[in-house]
Design a protein around this ligand. Sequence first.
Ligand SMILES: C[S@@+](CC[C@H](N)C(=O)[O-])C[C@H]1O[C@@H](n2cnc3c(N)ncnc32)[C@H](O)[C@@H]1O
Length: 277
Amino acid sequence: MFDRITRLDAYYPTRTERLLVERQHSEIASAIGSGRTVFEYGSGSSEKIKQLLGLMTEPRGYVAMDISREHLLENASALARDSNLSVGAICADFNTEIHIPETDLTRDASWLGFFPGSTIGNFSQDAAVRFLNNAASTLGQDAKFLIGFDLQKSDPQILHRAYDDPEGVTAAFNLNLLHRMVRDLGAEIEIDAFEHEVRIKEHPQRMEMHLVARRDTTISLDANAFHFSAGDSLHTENSFKYTPEEIDALAAQTPWRREAMWTDPAGLFAMCLFSDS
Ligand SMILES: C[S@@+](CC[C@H](N)C(=O)[O-])C[C@H]1O[C@@H](n2cnc3c(N)ncnc32)[C@H](O)[C@@H]1O
C-alpha cells in the first residue's frame, strides 16, 4: 500500500527525492566516496537503492533491513538476482540497536547508512536521537549516513493533499491498521465506524494521521473494551517536517555531523549526508 502511495501525483516526497538525487548525482557520488557498503534502514521494496547504487562509485555491497520479513526477503533476493552485487538482508526493528553479523559481505565494510523517504520524520524527536545514536554504534567508525528529510512548508495544501489524496489510497493505508488488528490480533472492530483524518500541527510542524470515530463504538481486544464516542480519535502516525537548523540540532545530540545537504528548487525535501565525527 505504501508503494501505491509513492506513485500518487499528490504524494510529492518520493518523486521529489528521486528527482533531486538524479539532478545532483555526481555531487552526491563524490561526497559518498568509493567502495562503500550500503545498509538501508526500512528497505521496503528496495526500489530507491537502485538509483543510489547506480550513482555510487564501486559500491561493495548492499544490506537491506526491514521489520517485514517476507517483503524483505522477496525484494533482497530479487535485487541479488538482477544485479551483480553482493546482497544481504537483516530482519530487525530499527527502534533497537542492530548488530550486523560478520560475513564476507560485512567484514571490514566501510558503511553508508541509507534512510530515504523521510521515514525519520515518523519518529518523535527523542526517538530520532535514539535511532541516530544506535545507527552510529551499528555502522561503526568512518561511516556515512544519507538521510531523506521532508522540509517545513508554508503551504498547508501541499501537505494536506499528500496525506489525504483524492484517490483515497492513504485513507485505505490508515484504515488497514484496523483490518490488521482484526486479522492478526483477533480484535472486534466496526471498521466502518472510523474514518481517516489528517491534521497539520505546528511547533514543531508535523502531519498527524488519525482514525476518527464517526459514531459511538467499541473496540474489543482480548479482555479489554475501548469505548469511543463520536469524534474520539486513534492517533496513528506522525510525520515531522524539519528546517535545516532543526536537522543540525537533532544531529548535535548524536555523533553525526552534516557534511552536505541537497534540496529541490522548491525546497520541499532534503537529502542530507552525515559523517560520524
Ligand atoms: C515508509 S516505508 C519506506 C520504504 C523505502 N525505504 C522507501 O523510502 O520507499 C517504511 C519501511 O520501513 C519498514 N519499517 C517500519 N517500521 C519498522 C521498524 N520498526 N523496523 C524496521 N523496519 C520498519 C516498513 O516495513 C517499510 O518497508
